[in-house]
Design a protein around this ligand. Sequence first.
Ligand code: AMP
Ligand code: GLY
Length: 425
Amino acid sequence: MNILLIGSGGREHALAWKIKESPLADKLYAVPGNPGIAEIAECVSGVDIEDNDALVKLAKEKDIGLVVVGPEVPLMNGIVDAMTAAGIKAFGPTKEAAELEGSKVYAKVIMRRYKIPTARSEVFGDLSRAHVYVRQMRTPFAIKADGLAAGKGVILTQTVDEAVAALDLMMKEKAFGDAGNRVVIEEFMEGEEASVLAFTDGETIIPMVASQDHKRAHDGDEGPNTGGMGTYAPAPVMTPERMAEVTEKILKPVIAGMKQEGRPYKGCLYAGLMITKQGPKVVEFNARFGDPETQVVLPLLKGDLVEIMLACVDGTLADKTIEWSDGAAVCVVMASGGYPGSYEKGKEITGLNAAKAAGSLVFHAGTKAQDGKIVTSGGRVLGVVGQGADIKSAVAKAYEGVDTIHFDGEFHRHDIAHRALARLS
Ligand code: AMP
Ligand code: GLY
């Protein structure tokens, strides 16, 4: 069948790469895609990924049998609903189910209702009441804008002054627009983070191997928060016992809960977790694959991704078993100098073929083809993935790939997987 992939980042390049392995995949189209994806798919330009009608029209023209949605915005725009209404299968949650990511208040309501372990929290729509609350409590908080804020809507605060400033930024200065009309003030959780992605058809849940992201820009988890500077899988912090606990206490209740709410959730559910002294607790749910988690999880998937996605859409996931490789994968993000702040674009990238020839997977994220060259066009430029029998050899392989690639102003973290290496040694 023909497949249409929506999105343009490293996550989408990894999805495209795995989709192309499937014997079920005939022609792969990507909207808008990127130069890496263009090596294995036909990229379609001039179609807005926020325009459902245009996407449905394209899917009909290209005789698409399955649509795969990468980013959250089209999901929240109801692209899966629109495709389904047009008789086209689409992998991902409906608009109503995607609210689990789209509204942090909604996610908290669901977690409370279905007794899913998470940080204690209060919701405020009124700034002065929120001020009173943080002044009374005087503890560290995670203060979160309710709506989508491109991954920037969470501020961690230690002091009352910091909390007040964060509230003012969101609710008075409207730094995140309407996303900050309501805020969630959450208890600060201590622990190690992990990401567990799961396939689900709304009924059956099959977790993927656990991974760990590195959100801070610089080595030693210093510097500002980013979209993610690197990942590895499997994450040893998620022992088999903890995985079982996450499945029973978090994944199963949330999927059963969404069904009970009349918003059955299908697709990939991303649980961002904090492994606290009391056990794993939910930091956030995302309604999509993680970026750059996907870049390390999919290389470990032994089965046919298209077959699994179709089973999620068709409600037949219970018939499937999914196998994972025993090895490990590590992704190092190569970024533009200045990211996540402002940075220059248009820098020529060299060494891509050498890295691939040496056995790394090189996923494009912020690149552009220009005059026969590949140049930088975003903050996170590439995700270089090394695979190996264990984390240590996968780390070495990933950095070997990174060392062959160059562009002006490039920076990356040198300590991806440090927690895993410390735990394993
Ligand atoms: P989120 O966008 O909800 O994933 O939050 C961004 C980051 O903020 C997370 O990856 C955590 O590192 C941190 N964070 C969010 N909520 C909490 C919390 N309640 N306690 C501690 N850290 C948090
Ligand atoms: N890696 C974090 C995210 O995809 O939201």
